[in-house]
Design a binder for this molecule. Structure first.
Ligand SMILES: C[S@@+](CC[C@H](N)C(=O)[O-])C[C@H]1O[C@@H](n2cnc3c(N)ncnc32)[C@H](O)[C@@H]1O
Length: 250
């Protein structure tokens, strides 16, 4: 049997947002590897082994997946959203680079998925319609000073910004500090979108000016979109539309 490894994005939650390419890879796989809640999104079937691992074991999980592919198994490593956005694709390539030279000849493919910021932006309108960037607010893998500097410079460059991993039970204070920083450098009317559990039954969207934003509005299932200075709201009955114009006046 010729083994392969696909690193696949399952999208933000809804089955409707899983790409046909990912569905096809899962249907051919012998093994699925990933963080517990993501592996549980894959339907069990005869001939498929599901390997659920803890979130802190990314590199070990990546090595295990590569070992199985080298043994001839058809392995899918699953991430939520897109696997290249704060997820498993980088971990697999890190393990591959450090591993035995034979691993470089393996059939390894990355299958894109709908990342949280794009699903959230689509729900709100088009807040990422002009230049934007994404910042992971977790300081598990980088110092807080780096996060703060990137946030400050992104605002200075007037990007719209997507904040992933804004707040967790073990890191309650980081997002509060990020809001303090934003308040120091942005106008109080700057538009923030708190998009929680997008495309799942728990989905909730909240559009608020910076002056009204509180740390409790975000949790680990939330992606926070911060508008640029040009981002606008179209009020209407129900949730407003939010968009960023396509151009910047000269
Ligand atoms: C470790 S990152 C993984 C990102 C993922 N690879 C992606 O492309 O969306 C986890 C963070 O993604 C965001 N996220 C993932 N799914 C989401 C959803 N359905 N709704 C809102 N945010 C989501 C949250 O900020 C969460 O803390």
């Amino acid at each position: 049997m010729t083994g392969w490894l696909a690193i696949a994005g399952l999208g933000p939650g809804s089955d409707a947002l899983v790409t046909p390419e990912v569905t096809a890879a899962l249907s051919e796989a012998t093994d699925v590897v990933g963080y517990i809640p993501y592996v549980r999104r894959v339907a069990p079937r005869p001939g498929l082994t599901l390997h659920e691992t803890d979130n802190r074991e990314e590199l070990a999980r990546a090595r295990h997946a590569l070992e199985m592919a080298a043994e001839g198994r058809r392995v899918v490593v699953v991430s939520s959203g897109d696997p290249g956005v704060f997820a498993m694709a980088s971990a697999v390539f890190e393990a591959l680079e450090a591993g035995p030279p034979e691993w470089r000849a393996l059939d390894v493919r990355v299958l894109p998925g709908v990342t949280a910021m794009l699903a959230a932006a689509a729900r709100a309108g088009a807040p990422l319609g002009h230049d934007f960037c994404a910042i992971n607010l977790s300081d598990n893998l980088k110092p807080w000073e780096v996060i703060e500097r990137r946030l400050r410079l992104s605002v200075e460059a007037d990007f719209a910004i997507a904040l992933y991993n804004p707040r967790s039970a073990s890191r309650p204070e980081g997002f509060a500090r990020a809001l303090d920083l934003l308040r120091a450098i942005c106008e109080p009317g700057r538009i923030l979108i708190f998009a929680r559990a997008v495309s799942t039954p728990d989905e909730a969207l909240r559009v608020v000016p910076l002056a009204e934003a509180t740390p409790e509005m975000a949790d680990m299932r939330t992606v926070v979109l911060i508008g640029s200075s040009a981002t606008r709201i179209i009020p209407r009955d129900g949730a407003p539309f939010v968009y960023t114009p396509r151009g910047v006046p000269a």
